[in-house]
Design a binder for this molecule. Structure first.
Ligand SMILES: [Zn+2]
Length: 317
């Protein structure tokens, strides 16, 4: 029950036979139970196969999905073009975490250290409290999740869910929706190495995402009266979220760059999988009942990759 936001439909339109077969890579996964196709800006088309799967069957499978591949290529074209236009080593001067109304100004400071670190300094207002939360959260790894987790999905927080009250989240993610709080993020060390700076920023993002997204999911679950068994925040390339049959939810740290409404949709979508582990009509009725804007938000989500800055993406390879 793979539930990638991009999972190809079970059947696709007949592919044109004359087309050049698309380039792809094959990856064997001990967790995979069936073949899945994944498409990401970073890696292009990837075919994930269960261990021991006969490679000779792969070209035929890819051929059957030509129409889906073409649709995904088209959908990703603007994002690819934007990333291609970005200077390869560009570093951000400002980071907007739209999901939670935070703006971070980034300062780079060369020091004698050979390492590069990103630390929060001089935060004001809501960020002071959020910093406490970040400090106490376990770093990016999140709670365990056996990757039985096939089922994924995507979601977002509505205004109210995106801003849990101090009472519900001790340590507090209290930035009011719509308001932007500004903090200073200092990157220091051997900052002449852009890739090391980007890596430090990604580590900071991973910590921040765990500190912020976990409470948002908890708040949304309380609000919706749904429960999940565990949550992990990760850097998936092709999914915004997923939910296993055991109710283990994975969230993508890049959700922080999306609007609060889209994030709420992702959260509600994944939470609904704890009661309906498929994409049946009943499942969608459940999602729409809880999030009336679901159809529009789902469409928005499809194009949401463009909000993820280049530095936040893991390097190719
Ligand atoms: Zn789903």
């Amino acid at each position: 029950m793979t539930d990638s936001a991009q999972a190809p439909p079970p059947t696709s339109a007949p592919a044109s036979r004359s087309a050049v077969p698309p380039a792809y890579t094959v990856r064997e996964s001990s967790r995979a139970r069936r073949v899945t196709l994944r498409m990401s800006v970073e890696r292009g088309l990837e075919v994930v196969v269960p261990r021991g799967f006969r490679r000779t069957k792969v070209p035929g499978i890819v051929r059957e999905k030509t129409a889906w591949i073409a649709r995904m290529e088209e959908r990703m074209a603007p994002e690819r073009a934007r990333l291609a236009a970005e200077p390869p080593h560009s570093l951000p001067e400002r980071i907007d975490l739209r999901a939670v109304g935070e703006r971070w100004l980034v300062e780079y400071r060369e020091t004698a250290s050979s390492r590069v670190t990103a630390r929060e300094h001089g935060a004001r207002g809501g960020l002071d409290r959020a910093q406490v939360a970040a400090g106490s959260a376990n770093g990016g790894a999140g709670h365990a999740v056996g990757a039985a987790a096939g089922a994924g999905v995507t979601l977002a927080l509505s205004g109210s869910a995106a801003a849990p009250t101090g009472a519900t989240t001790p340590g507090g993610v209290t930035a009011p929706v719509g308001a932007v709080t500004t903090g200073l993020l200092r990157v220091s060390g051997a900052v002449g190495d852009p890739e090391a700076c980007r890596a430090a920023l990604r580590r900071w993002l991973a910590r921040r995402a765990t500190a912020l997204l976990v409470p948002l999911l908890e708040a949304a679950a309380r609000e919706e009266g749904l429960t999940f068994s565990s949550v992990a925040v990760r850097g998936q390339r092709t999914r915004w979220g997923s939910c296993s049959r055991r109710g283990a939810i994975n969230l993508n740290r890049h959700l922080l760059f999306l609007s609060p409404e889209v994030v709420r949709y992702v959260l509600v979508h994944e939470l609904c999988h704890t009661v309906k582990p498929d994409h049946s009509r009943r499942f969608w009725e459940e999602v729409v009942r809880r999030e009336p804007g679901a159809v529009r938000l789902r469409t928005e989500l499809r194009a949401a990759g463009r909000h993820v800055p280049g530095w936040a993406r893991a390097p190719r390879g």
